[in-house]
Design a binder for this molecule. Structure first.
Ligand code: FEC
Length: 316
């Protein structure tokens, strides 16, 4: 008889409908409702990308199903049956709902992993804290994967995507060395740096690992999607970077949003609409790498991280 181990797969979450955007945005703002103008601005951004479906929901569902299949096909822990649960940060099923469901299903041991490879106290740690608090309340023993930003299969999957787009640039007449590769991730308030947060360094490590693997030297890092608040956010912002690159006569740019793993608003709007508009203004050719979504190499990465974490915590 196999032992059941729960896997809480945590992701950002997305509204279920246009009407649900208000509640979702209020949750992101820790219970403070947005002004009518802020809400309308977000609704407009979703309307520009969704076409009736919120892509992140379907992508997360598929990632969770694929991970469960990959884990149960893995021969390293033959006595374990993995059961994956979804826990979202800002939408249903919330992180707490996922942990509660595990307890109701009789799961005694579980591992948590976030669908974001890089650790920050403001991102991954906040998912972990909420899951741990609920797990303590309902009596599930949990351990957590904190980051997996240098896993060889993750680097391989991202490198293939960069190479694929560099080939397209070549077909369009730009040699590899003439394309500036711009790695990007979600900005966070600058204060995380003073607090010694590893997020910026981990992102640079992933960027360097990809650049070294495929031999590109013309690359740099930029931040995207910063919040519109009064506190300073990590920069340089990607839109400003495009403007500076244009002044340096760079005409071809490939964006690699390595801090994200799915097609969603921050990629489909902030890069494919907003950054593309700036690139057009600058007469620049801008492409973006395909997102990982359920790439089998990404599933191997998650699978290894889960198994290693369980072993390290001596829970199996
Ligand atoms: O497609 C979708 O429906 C959801 C796309 C989405 C992802 C995402 C990932 C991250 N965020 C991170 C940090 C922040 C901080 C704030 C913040 C605000 C928003 C808003 C929307 C939004 N985020 Fe997000 N984020 C996504 C969507 N995010 C919508 C609200 C409007 C706006 O500012 O654009 C500021 C919160 C505050 O006001 O206090 C901080 C980080 C990630 C990547 C890691 C992760 O996935 O957890 C970090 C996807």
């Amino acid at each position: 008889m196999k032992t059941k181990v729960g896997v809480l797969v945590m992701s950002y979450g997305t509204p279920e409908s246009i009407e649900g955007i208000d509640a979702y945005y209020t949750h992101i703002r820790r219970g403070n409702a947005p002004s009518e103008e802020q809400l309308q601005e977000l609704v407009d951004r979703y309307k520009a990308i969704v076409g009736g479906v919120f892509p992140l929901r379907e992508n997360t569902n598929h990632q969770v199903e694929s991970l469960q299949e990959a884990l149960n096909a893995d021969s390293r822990l033959p006595d374990v049956e993995f059961v994956c649960y979804q826990g979202l940060k800002h939408a249903r099923p919330f992180i707490e709902d996922g942990v509660e469901q595990m307890a109701q299903d009789g799961i005694k041991k579980a591992v948590g992993i976030v669908l974001a490879p890089h650790y920050s106290t403001m991102s991954v740690e906040s998912y972990i804290k909420r899951a741990q608090a609920k797990a303590d309340e309902v009596g599930v023993e949990m351990t957590f994967v904190k980051s997996y930003h240098l896993h060889p299969q993750l680097i391989e999957a991202l490198s293939r995507r960069v190479n694929a787009k560099l080939d397209l640039f070549k077909e369009a007449g730009a040699e590899r060395e003439d394309v500036r590769v711009l790695f990007s991730a979600h900005s966070l308030p600058e204060k995380i740096v003073e607090l010694g947060d590893p997020y910026p360094e981990q992102l640079l490590e992933t960027s360097r690992a990809i650049a070294d693997k495929i031999g590109i030297t013309s690359w740099q890092f930029a931040w995207q999607s910063a919040g519109r608040t009064s506190v300073p956010w990590l920069g340089p912002d990607i839109l400003d970077t495009l403007r500076s690159l244009s002044k340096e006569q760079v005409e071809n740019v490939l964006v690699a949003p390595i801090g994200f793993v799915s097609d969603h608003l921050e990629v489909l709007y902030d890069l494919d609409i907003e950054a593309q508009d700036v690139a057009k203004e600058l007469d620049m050719r801008l492409m973006r790498i395909d997102m990982l979504n359920s790439d089998p190499l990404y599933m191997v990465t998650l699978c290894d991280a889960v198994v290693d974490q369980l072993k390290q915590a001596q829970m199996v």
